[in-house]
Design a binder for this molecule. Structure first.
Ligand code: NAD
Length: 417
């Protein structure tokens, strides 16, 4: 990744920027800049050869004023305590900005899952679920998938929790497979909200997303679905990349065919007759819309100076360093912030949890309609905050909306001595 900014410091800076527009007392702002608690633990599990391995894992519960802590679990060698703390904060603000009744949480294990067999990953995931058991619960803290985790890991966590608790509690985790209580539309939800946010942003700027040229960095769940849905809206996806490199086709790629190619070869590289391109070249292509959909700190201030897109819609969490944000604002590049743009994942997680609690399941059409309503309403509220507060950028405007809602919930609950 380009930048080395500490994501937790980035988060704190974002809160300070937004707090300047609110008259919340300093003590409350400090509270909103730090997690309520963080679990840091060693997980020891057996490898297939019978030896034992110990790895580091975290769960941060950032803020629970508006409801149970909610947020994914990531498996990645770059996972650190500060990264997990930052990601849990972004979850709290994300849930508030789209007005769903959750707080924020996040977890992670510092491993490269490619180094382990499926059986090893299952033992590791069940060890983590056992450690998490006293902290999580349907009304307490509800994990979900994140980078390098998916339905398989969620099902293992749910099964471990239910077995140890001797109950059925499908709502203890979201992002489950359909037959284990998952929701229609969950897999596509993050990419769908990215595409909806891009459509709304272009509308607001009196531009049409149909015909817009798009580059997508990161071609996993979020990036590949966003690319396919933007293609459905008539946009031209001209470049995509993953950790092994990128491809560029000025006349447009077929995002679904690229996804199939990646499924077969584990990489977007080598697709059709597209030209190879580096990640840096992709991020600075002359396109209408740039969608960073990989990891945090993908764009620092140096790279931001070379960004030529007019609009950036953040599918990843924290892909811009705060300095990069300033550089892009100075260049009048509109950045639709992660806490709104990628909120589709947590929104449909919320729908999944609602369905689990009611034991009554919705059609995919209903899920997508409800999601569209949430994202469009949140975007309208964001624009209102941007215009009435004369905020320097959309991110600060989004934090103002979110902080205001969390502070209101805190005030209304009163203060437990
Ligand atoms: P994923 O693991 O499915 O995909 C990540 C992609 O990024 C992969 O294609 C990987 O090759 C690529 N990548 C990694 N390092 C890269 C690099 N240096 N350059 C280019 N590409 C690189 O993960 P995902 O679920 O799509 O998540 C992507 C981002 O979206 C993360 O920041 C995550 O926190 C965020 N997000 C995901 C969801 C969700 O529901 N999946 C929800 C909200 C936010």
């Amino acid at each position: 990744m380009a930048g080395q900014a500490n994501p937790f410091e980035s988060l704190q800076e974002q809160i300070d920027d937004a707090a300047a527009f609110l008259d919340a007392p300093q003590g409350v702002v400090t509270r909103l800049k730090n997690p309520e608690r963080v679990l840091e633990t060693n997980l020891t599990f057996e490898l297939d050869d019978g030896s034992l391995e110990t790895v580091r894992a975290y769960r941060s519960q950032f803020n629970g004023d508006r409801g149970p802590y909610k947020g994914g679990i990531r498996y990645h060698p770059g996972v650190t305590r500060d990264e997990v703390k930052a990601l849990s904060g972004w979850m709290a603000y994300k849930c508030a900005v789209v007005d769903i009744p959750y707080g924020g949480g996040k977890g992670g294990i510092a491993i490269d899952p490619a180094d382990y067999s499926e059986a090893e990953l299952e033992r590791l995931t069940r060890a983590f679920a056992t450690e998490l058991r006293p902290l999580i619960g349907e009304d307490r803290d509800i994990p979900a998938p994140d980078v390098n985790t998916g339905q398989r890991e969620m099902n293992w966590i749910k099964d471990t929790y239910e077995t140890l608790e001797n109950t059925t509690a499908p709502g203890v985790i979201t992002g489950k497979a359909l037959d284990s209580g998952g929701s229609e539309g969950r897999v596509e939800a993050t990419g769908r909200s990215v595409a909806l946010a891009a459509r709304e942003a272009f509308d607001w700027l009196d531009r049409d997303v149909a015909g817009a040229t798009i580059a997508v960095q990161g071609y996993g769940n979020a990036g590949s679905v966003a690319a396919a849905l933007l293609d459905d809206l008539g946009a031209d996806v001209v470049a995509v990349s993953d950790s092994s490199g990128g491809i560029h086709a000025p006349d447009g790629l077929d995002p679904r065919a690229v996804k199939n190619h990646k499924a077969e070869t584990r990489s977007v590289s080598g697709y059709g007759d597209a030209e190879p391109i580096t990640n840096e070249e992709l991020l600075t292509l002359d396109v209408d819309l740039l969608v960073p959909a990989a990891l945090e700190n993908a764009i620092d201030s140096d790279l931001a100076a070379d960004v030529r897109a007019d609009v950036v819609v953040e599918a990843a969490n924290g892909p811009l360093t705060p300095d990069a944000d300033d550089v892009l604002a100075d260049k009048d590049v509109y950045v639709v912030p992660d806490i709104l743009a990628n909120a589709g994942g947590v929104t449909v997680s919320y729908f999944e949890w609602v369905q689990n609690r009611q034991r009554f399941y919705w059609t995919e059409e209903r899920v997508n309609e409800e999601l569209e309503r949430v994202i469009v309403d949140a975007f309208d509220r964001l624009v209102d905050s941007y215009e009435t507060n004369e905020a320097p950028n959309l991110r600060t405007a989004a934090y103002v909306v979110a902080i205001d809602r969390i502070v209101d919930a805190y005030d209304q609950a009163g203060n437990w001595p």
